[in-house]
Ligand binder design. Structure first.
Ligand code: PLP
Length: 193
């Protein structure tokens, strides 16, 4: 069903083990995971800061769709230093999400997830907690666990190396029980399961 089914739940539980996540949410595609997860936490007036480049679909969503809903985006070059990232985050009380693809598609640049965590903690306020989201599609859960490096949420296109056999289209979001519960409300209503 659109809410859940046993097969979905078994796969979510198994996939969460790879990443050491409390909980995961399975999606019908990587873009379903990217868009639904972002929309779960961003509101009009918020800003998403991302490491450039990101996957083309994600880029289109950030540059052309989020602004339609009053959500701004700005970016630093993937692989930027902490100081370069900080310049976009400090003095901007609208920053809500720091979004990294590491390695980035297609340049395979590596971004400093730990530095993004430190900036998120430093510039969060009691009523605006900055979230670190990492698309780990290109490294996969065997070789990198962004949650252990400080990410709040890790996103996958399972269509690619996660699935590994060119025989499926799917996506995941993984994180704490509380964050994934919020993501699953959006998944249910947007229908991106
Ligand atoms: C392909 C890709 C996506 C989108 O995944 P789909 O399953 O094709 O929707 C998202 N992020 C990255 C890094 C990708 O390479």
């Amino acid at each position: 069903t659109r809410v859940n089914n046993p097969n979905t739940e078994i796969l979510e539980d198994k996939a969460a083990c790879w990443d050491g996540a409390e909980e995961s949410a399975l999606f019908g595609s990587g873009m379903g995971a990217v868009s639904s997860t972002c929309l779960s936490f961003l509101r009009p007036g918020d800003t998403l800061v991302f490491g450039d480049p990101v996957y083309g679909g994600t880029e289109f969503f950030f540059r052309h769709m989020l602004p339609m809903f009053g959500i701004k985006t700005k970016h630093f070059p993937a692989g930027a230093t902490k100081a370069e990232m900080e310049a976009l985050v400090k003095d901007d009380p609208t920053v809500k999400v720091i979004y990294l693809e590491s390695p980035a598609n297609p340049t395979i640049m590596i971004s400093d997830i730990g530095a993004a965590r430190e900036l998120a903690d430093q510039f969060s306020t009691p009523d605006r907690k900055i979230l670190v989201m990492v698309d780990n599609t290109f490294m996969g859960p065997i070789f990198s666990n962004p949650l252990h490096l400080g990410a709040d949420l890790v996103i996958y296109s399972a269509t690619k190396f996660f699935g590994g056999h060119s025989d499926l289209v799917a996506g995941f979001a993984m994180g704490s029980k509380a964050l994934i519960a919020q993501v699953k409300v959006f998944r249910t209503i947007l229908g991106s399961i």
